[in-house]
Design a protein around this ligand. Structure first.
Ligand SMILES: C[S@@+](CC[C@H](N)C(=O)[O-])C[C@H]1O[C@@H](n2cnc3c(N)ncnc32)[C@H](O)[C@@H]1O
Length: 289
């Protein structure tokens, strides 16, 4: 992409190109309204993972998060390790079609890479509402016919499910693997049931839902409010929840063993070790009843 303009102010035009493998793929139209003066969660998360697609405002917000929660980079890596284990588990359970909602900027071990390594016929739709993710995803997937990327909002699940991109790869008469990894903590309590219910009702029995969610259980209120305060300056406020509250996102699903646990305790895999446990994240996989 063009060199980030570090000045905060009016939205600027940024031409986004693919840079995952060092290649440069120019886009025909420049993206507008990236609002680099405001921290955005996709770019903050990219910075947690040592990515290059972030701007000064994102990095300043991350510094604020790190002050309250020094282990946030470790948390991001734990979260990615959970995603890899959950996807491999889904493939082992026979799932061959995936919707990864809030996919984030491409990083090492993307969902399609994990799934297609285990089962090359796996089909994946990545969904994100951030245009920068769309641009990078398109570049990454230019030659992968079984994978696509869709710019859509998890808060509009019916539109997402009915989109051409989703319908072209996903057969809802068959079980689907849905990933909401580090996503549902951006929903308010009031949004939970309408959004989760619409998603659930679209899925056939046997579909699997994997999610991770931040928790304040076992942590200080000061740390929690410190992180919540930083995210309240972004378009995506974050809500830390208790175990009982996070469990409700699995209404209509049966949690598979070991249930909803801190991600370090969810089917650890010695062949794909995760960093030391932060216990800031609950994770689980549920089977649609
Ligand atoms: C914390 S990152 C998680 C990335 C990835 N799921 C993971 O866990 O590694 C959150 C991602 O969700 C996207 N996002 C936030 N709100 C969204 C929404 N309402 N609809 C779709 N994507 C959203 C952001 O752009 C960002 O890429």
């Amino acid at each position: 992409m063009t060199q980030p303009d570090e000045t905060a102010g009016e939205p600027i035009e940024v031409s986004v190109v693919g840079s995952l493998d060092g290649s440069v793929i120019p886009r025909e139209a420049p993206l507008t309204d990236l609002r680099i003066d405001v921290p955005h969660v996709a770019r903050m998360y990219d910075y947690y993972l040592d990515g290059k697609d972030n701007f000064a405002a994102d990095r300043a917000a991350v510094a604020g998060v790190e002050k309250a929660m020094p282990e946030v980079r470790q948390l991001a890596r734990e979260n990615r390790a959970f995603l890899r284990r959950a996807v491999r588990h889904m493939v082992a359970e026979g799932i061959r079609q995936f919707i990864d909602i809030g996919a984030g900027l491409p990083t090492a071990g993307n969902t399609h890479e994990i799934a297609q390594k285990a089962a090359p016929d796996s089909r994946i739709v990545y969904v994100d509402n951030d245009p920068i993710v769309l641009a990078h995803g398109q570049a990454l997937l230019a030659e992968n016919g079984n994978t696509t990327v869709l710019q859509a909002d998890m808060r509009q699940p019916a539109d997402l499910i009915d989109s051409g991109a989703v319908r072209s790869l996903i057969d809802f008469n068959q079980p689907v693997g849905v990933l909401l990894i580090a996503m549902t903590h951006f929903l308010t309590a009031e949004e939970r049931e309408p959004i989760m219910g619409t998603l659930r009702d679209s899925l056939s029995p046997g579909s699997l839902l994997a999610l991770t969610h931040v928790t304040g259980d076992g942590h200080s209120d000061t740390a929690v409010t410190g992180v919540e305060r930083v995210y309240s300056t972004t378009p995506t406020p974050i809500y830390f929840r208790t175990h009982a509250e996070v469990s409700r996102f699995f209404n209509g699903y049966t949690l598979i063993e070991p249930g909803l646990v801190t991600v370090d305790a969810w089917r650890p895999d010695g062949a794909d070790p995760a960093p030391a446990a932060t216990r800031w994240l609950y994770g689980g996989v549920g089977r649609r009843r």
